[in-house]
Design a protein around this ligand. Sequence first.
Ligand SMILES: C[S@@+](CC[C@H](N)C(=O)[O-])C[C@H]1O[C@@H](n2cnc3c(N)ncnc32)[C@H](O)[C@@H]1O
Ligand SMILES: [Zn+2]
Length: 278
Amino acid sequence: MRDHFKCPNCAQPLERLSDQPQTFRCSNNHSFDIAREGYLNLLLAQHKRSRNPGDSDEMIRSRQRFLEAGYYRPLSEAVVAAVADSAKGFDQTVLDLGCGEGHYLQQLREASAELGLIGMDISKFAVRLAAKRKLNARLAVDSVFSIPLFDNSVDTAVSVFSPISVEETARVLKPGGKLIMVGPGEEHLSGLTALIYEHTVPHRGNYEGLDAANQLSLLQQVEIKQSITVSGCDILDLLKMTPYYWHSRPEQQQLLAQLDKLETPIHFYLKLYQNQSS
Ligand SMILES: C[S@@+](CC[C@H](N)C(=O)[O-])C[C@H]1O[C@@H](n2cnc3c(N)ncnc32)[C@H](O)[C@@H]1O
Ligand SMILES: [Zn+2]
């Protein structure tokens, strides 16, 4: 049962039908078809706040191009190293919460064919692109505020710049399981924000709720800080993959589109938490 997605209607395990391998069904006959690209959409219409929740197709594609160009490589290496450092090595199940277009799932798969990979995101555009990577990962469209997995089923959860529910994450983690949480440092992308805002307010990240709750305890924090030079079209992709895009004026977007190079710090905190529940 630990390997199954949970039916979003009745919480029974969803099983693949042997006579219809494109369909998953629970014992109460709720059924979900696997999308052509190979993921399940488990987000029920009544749980959607908008027609297409989560990041838009344009944001996701910009993020994919930017990440593929390698600007955040120090971060993806740190995420893979944090997973590999666990006592279980690569013999474990890793859940990427808010996996986007699958960049970190891809890095994990390249590190090991053994890892059991699960990815979820509320944006169907994101999960569709992640599925196209053909990573042998189980992928679902759903919210991290109601994770479609059973209790104690995940060894390590990863959350990179995504929303998080402490309760849901602790519920699906095995006792002693780990959460690798990545958020922005104070100087993250300050070279970009300086061109958009008169007064920049540093990002707060998503750690406050985690640090206030006691289900997950902080074991370790790694700081990653570097200067990068973003070139050409990658500059506009960087803007479009962040919420700063919505705050920028057309003339600022034009200015950024004309730049040859943009120097900016990238600055992340990777925090490692351990599930305290037994
Ligand atoms: C900044 S992006 C990070 C994506 C990916 N982790 C990465 O670093 O490339 C945040 C992601 O969270 C997703 N998201 C937003 N709200 C969500 C929710 N309630 N449940 C799951 N995913 C959500 C968005 O669709 C988006 O893909
Ligand atoms: Zn059901």
